[in-house]
Design a protein around this ligand. Sequence first.
Ligand code: SAM
Ligand code: SF4
Length: 345
Amino acid sequence: MNDIRPIAGSSTALPALADPFGRQISYLRVSVTDRCDFRCVYCMSEHMTFLPKPDLLTLEELDRICTAFVSRGVEKLRITGGEPLVRRDIMTLFRSLSRHLDTGALKELTLTTNGSQLARFANELAGYGIKRINVSLDTLDPAKFKALTRWGDLSKVLAGIDAAQAAGIHVKINAVALKGDNENEIASLMEWAHGRGMDLSLIEVMPLGDVGSERVDQYLPLSLVRAQLAEKYTLEDIDFRTGGPARYVSVKETGGKLGFITPLTHNFCEGCNRVRLTCTGTLYMCLGQEDAADLRGPMRASATNELLYSAMEDAIARKPKGHDFVIDRRTKQPAVGRHMSLTGG
Ligand code: SAM
Ligand code: SF4
């Protein structure tokens, strides 16, 4: 594949995007594929229907939209999915986007991955300026890992984490807190992560998409997890932030940081600085709402970016105040029909 060239009509002097609540949009998360080599029980159903490949934006088009956002004030780009590292030629996109790190327009280029392909790509990613990544890992028990991911192999993920650390990339572990599954393992997962110099963030399961099982059976409130951990560890609230929704504590006994991403027990929307782009060019202004804007049409309609910028501005003007996630026995429907793998977690 050829190099991706800078787009026509881009400029760094354009006004930054801000929503009607005064929140400046500085963070774009991009789902580069809805496909994945795992089928995590809380993310996908066993038999998923994926988007037809021709509907996907090309890597050049993804670069063009990302670049448009960078020129309108986005300073942090997270590549996600689905599993971003299973998209063919994805290194081309990282290489091309890294030019914005070189100019200083972009402060951070990063990714969220299940780690299965990291051993192959860690060195190359480091070479493109990726300094920190999130690896999702919910358990260190190989049999449980297999059961939770349906298709995953824990040893490959661990090898991927080794490779990333060896390449000098700072790894943060993300784990979804799951009732009955990893509930009793969270302390040991934390000790393991902190022992390897990695922070751990815990995530509350969100009601996104039909996954073929009851959300209420998966949902474990992090307020409960925190209270349980506090019986054994000294947790101290700290101001540390990574630009995302996690709130951190330091753990005195391990010397590491533990993050809590709590869309259910503590709504964090007031400080929301991000929007999400799907692999088909749909922009979601909120993970938990259905409203979306098509950017593919305006982008393809012209070789310059005026139409695209105007679609981006209209979209951000509609960014809602927040989401309304509910998980209880009475609420049978997911908050939104689409899966996390489409919008990009
Ligand atoms: N495949 C990559 C991975 O697993 O890291 C990137 C995409 S995945 C959708 C991003 C994150 O979303 C993962 O940490 C995953 O655990 C989380 N996730 C998926 N479905 C979720 C749900 N329903 N509620 C909360 N987190 C979810
Ligand atoms: Fe794939 Fe990530 Fe979803 Fe698991 S959480 S199925 S690894 S996209």
